[in-house]
Design a protein around this ligand. Structure first.
Ligand code: ATP
Length: 258
């Protein structure tokens, strides 16, 4: 029998966390964020974001609820139908799912772009290197030669041939101001956020209320399943998704536990 009391989030390697631990995903997530901070990938603020997410995930039952699965399928269809899809990477995303984001980019033909709230050349460089170590081929976000309108200077920086030109953007764990500004640019926004009341999922065309650790591999699975679908079928998957119902469903689940 595993002595769970001896397992702390303070393990050196994630393999030391027993997979049958009742809070396995939470410990794994915390561990990856701590390592991200140590490696200079994740800002200390990312720990607070992680704490908020963890509380919502606990209330969701730490599983992908059916409405989130439908959102992940619709998101995969959007990415496959897009002319220029881009997946945005911040410090928490890079720490939690670097290889999984590279896999999703490969499965959908999307670009990866580093985009930070607390932007320094060191962090951008560390994240780009970390993504490449995990299989990413091309990483955008280093040029930062365009600006999102109506946002303060630092947070507005994007690549002209990346997020600026994208028609569909995946912005996981995004702050509300940037999500709103991207929405005003007319982009189709897919947001992953465990808090259904947060502004970012509220402005998204596809709000995914799920832990990014589960959501991204599931989107990749859906993208593989839909790889041979024609445009009409992809459009049908998109049209069948009801964003209001998905947000309501997630909120009900969190409030009632049912
Ligand atoms: P907003 O600015 O949108 O009103 P906020 O200030 O609470 O929201 P941020 O700190 O900018 O949000 O972003 C963190 C968000 O990411 C939180 O809503 C949190 O629930 C969510 N989050 C944190 N970790 C995860 C995770 N592993 N998977 C999905 N969502 C997460």
């Amino acid at each position: 029998m595993t002595d769970y009391d001896t397992v702390s989030a303070d393990v050196e390697h994630e393999e030391e966390i027993p997979e049958d631990h009742p809070r396995y995903q939470d410990l794994l997530t915390r561990h990856r964020i701590e390592k991200g901070v140590e490696k200079g990938i994740t800002h200390l603020q990312g720990m607070h974001a992680e704490g908020r997410g963890s509380a919502f995930d606990y209330l969701l039952g730490e599983e992908t609820i059916p409405s989130a699965d439908a959102a992940e399928r619709a998101a995969a269809a959007h990415l496959l139908l897009a002319d220029h899809p881009v997946l945005s990477i911040n410090g928490n995303v890079a720490a939690l799912v670097p290889g999984e984001m590279a896999d999703l980019a490969a499965a959908t033909g999307a670009d990866l772009e580093v985009n930070l709230f607390n932007r320094t050349p060191e962090r951008i460089g560390a994240i780009a290197a970390h993504l490449r170590e995990h299989g990413a081929e091309d990483v955008k976000g280093l040029e930062a030669d365009a600006r999102i309108p109506n946002l303060d200077h630092q947070r507005a920086k994007v690549d002209e041939d990346g997020i600026y030109a994208a028609d569909v953007v995946l912005v996981p764990l995004e702050d509300g101001d940037r999500a709103e500004a991207l929405n005003e640019m007319g982009k189709t926004e897919i947001v992953i956020d465990l808090n259904p009341l947060s502004r970012s999922p509220r402005v998204a065309e596809v709000p995914i209320v799920d832990n990014i650790i589960r959501a991204v591999p599931n989107m990749t699975d859906h993208a593989h399943e839909l790889a041979d679908a024609d445009e009409a079928e992809l459009q049908r998957v998109i049209d069948e998704f009801d964003r209001e119902a998905a947000l309501e469903d997630a909120e009900n689940r969190i409030r009632s536990g049912l």
